[in-house]
Design a binder for this molecule. Structure first.
Ligand code: SD4
Length: 336
């Protein structure tokens, strides 16, 4: 299995041969306010940010930018946690979740949709072409086909092989998801292989949008939906304040309305960093006994362009892109 660091190298090499050499990893959060700015979860957020930045830096809207950014990992055949090469559920079916939101409150989402390579774009159509916010399963697929999205078999041979490997023991433990466990030492069949692309963008005028896309937990029950397509859980954006997105064990994020909580904490005066820390600590307090086995990470961006990130476990990384640097990658601070 391609691990996260190798994936980063591969995707950046495809995007620009010299990009890897420039990529930096810093322990501290990026200083200061800067607009426009794009931020994303995980190492693969670097390439996603660059996709969004191409749109934003040429005068495109924040909504177009976040959609373009989210499509980058969705299309990546080496990414087993987002889009077409994602790991399937326990029945071997690849089901995808995605949401998109802009800062004036418009939003759309799809959950447990099969056979559609770019769920983020279907989520945007739900937002723009229907009176609804969320379509699921067969209904989401039917809508996507009506909207001329191609129906494809998305299960990559490598993902199918990993699933067959997992089937030998069929153990499902939706627990820790630190980078070390998931990617550094991971191997095909590991139960912990899951990560979501959450991306937030702010333009020069302080307008925001966000996108979130994932194949969810590998080997999940068929029909399981995580936080990513749930507005207020995996994603929330408000032009008055800022935006937030999450990664990790989605059930914990849904239980605490995590991204909404982060935005509301910012509204009450907390910085993006303080807001992410409080949201994570609330989960840790509620899950005293099991927190050591759980991973949840929040990433926030306020309308001034300030960034915050915090996770339960070490290993959560996030990418920041603005006019001064398009490939910065940071290690988030953590509670444990
Ligand atoms: C989910 N939050 O489906 C997603 C998965 C994820 O790191 O982000 N894992 O629960």
């Amino acid at each position: 299995m391609t691990n996260r660091r190798r994936f980063l190298a591969a995707s950046l090499a495809a995007a620009a041969t010299t990009a890897l050499a420039r990529t930096s990893r810093a322990a501290a959060a990026p200083g200061g306010k800067r607009r426009p700015r794009v931020v994303s979860t995980w190492d693969f957020g670097v390439a996603a940010n660059q996709g969004a930045w191409q749109v934003l830096s040429r005068g495109g809207s924040v909504l177009d930018a976040v959609e373009a950014g989210a499509r980058v990992p969705e299309a990546d055949p080496n990414n087993h946690s987002v889009g077409r090469a994602g790991y399937p559920d326990r029945d071997g079916r690849l089901t995808l979740d995605a949401s998109i939101m802009d800062g004036n409150g418009d939003c759309g989402a799809v959950a447990a949709v099969e056979h559609i390579a770019h769920p983020i774009s279907v989520a945007r159509r739900v937002m723009e072409k229907t009176p609804h916010v969320l379509l699921v399963g067969d209904g989401a697929l039917q809508f996507a086909i009506e909207q001329d999205f191609p129906k494809e078999n998305l299960l990559a041979p490598e993902s199918e092989q990993a699933w067959r490997e997992w089937l030998k023991k069929s153990e499902y433990k939706p627990t820790a998801n630190s980078e070390n466990q998931t990617y550094g030492k991971g191997k095909p069949g590991d139960a912990n292989n899951h990560d979501t692309l959450g991306l937030l963008a702010v333009d020069a005028q302080g307008r925001l949008a966000g996108a979130c896309t994932t194949s969810g937990m590998a080997w999940k029950l068929h029909g399981r939906v995580g936080d990513s397509p749930i507005i207020g859980a995996g994603l929330y954006v408000d032009n008055e304040v800022g935006g937030a997105t999450s990664t990790g064990v989605g059930e914990e994020v849904i239980r605490t309305a995590g991204s909404f909580l982060v935005v509301e904490l910012m509204r009450q005066g907390r910085s993006p960093q303080q807001a992410c820390e409080e949201a994570v600590k609330r989960i840790v307090r509620k899950r005293m006994k099991s927190a050591k086995d759980l991973q949840v990470g929040f990433l926030a961006l306020n309308r001034a362009g300030e960034v915050g990130a915090f996770a339960i476990q070490k290993g959560f990384t996030y990418a920041v892109c603005d006019a001064s640097k398009q490939d910065a990658l940071f290690d988030s601070a953590s509670a444990l």
